[in-house]
Write a protein that binds this ligand. Structure first.
Ligand SMILES: [Zn+2]
Length: 187
């Protein structure tokens, strides 16, 4: 390729630590998973959520949770592969979530015994993308089923056994951030 002028703009290449734009292949790439990525926005996401709710009603929450859980397991597995220990994997995932546009995650300090969580972990999410796109004033309970599933799956990927995740505060119902509790299933 030396001596030729590329017909693409090299300055477009770097997006952030986890995402690149490939100007030769004309695609956005996720460097964590090594696959193609897309950027979407609130309009697409809120339309998707509303359409699912219109068709499935409350069942859409179960679908969201399970979808998130399966993706979360893959995410937890990958974070564990890329990190020296679980603590580092959690920091990695917090930053990946931030740069992916999901929101700002904070996980309370936790200790492990025999590779298992010693106690319940709290995860807060400021500016949660998924909550900001699903504000429905008539609801009174937390609504972030996809993210609950993702966090549950991530824990399973990281620790190798199922975990329950439930949301205790939610921006959809007026809380300043979303808050999730995570606990090992067998506890
Ligand atoms: Zn929420």
């Amino acid at each position: 390729m030396s001596g030729t002028t590329p017909d693409h703009d090299e300055s477009l290449k770097y997006l952030n630590e986890y995402f690149d734009f490939n100007p030769v292949e004309n695609r956005t790439e996720d460097k964590v998973f090594g696959n193609k990525a897309i950027f979407t926005n609130e309009l697409l996401w809120s339309t998707l959520q509303k359409s699912m709710y219109d068709v499935l009603g409350g069942l859409s929450f179960v679908v969201m949770f399970q979808l998130g859980q399966k993706y979360g397991i893959a995410l937890g597995d990958r974070a564990r592969e890329k990190s020296t220990d679980v603590q580092q994997a959690v920091r990695f995932l917090e930053k990946y979530g931030l740069l992916a546009g999901w929101g700002k995650f904070h996980t309370t300090p936790f200790t492990l015994s025999g590779g298992r969580l010693q106690s319940r972990v709290t995860i807060t999410v400021e500016d949660n993308f998924f909550a900001r796109t699903s504000r429905r004033i008539e609801v009174e309970t937390p609504q972030c089923f996809l993210l609950s599933g993702i966090l549950s799956g991530i824990a399973q990927g990281l620790f190798g056994e199922p975990h329950t995740c439930y949301e205790t505060k939610c921006m959809v119902i007026g809380d300043p951030c979303c808050e999730f509790k995570l606990i090992t299933d067998s506890d």
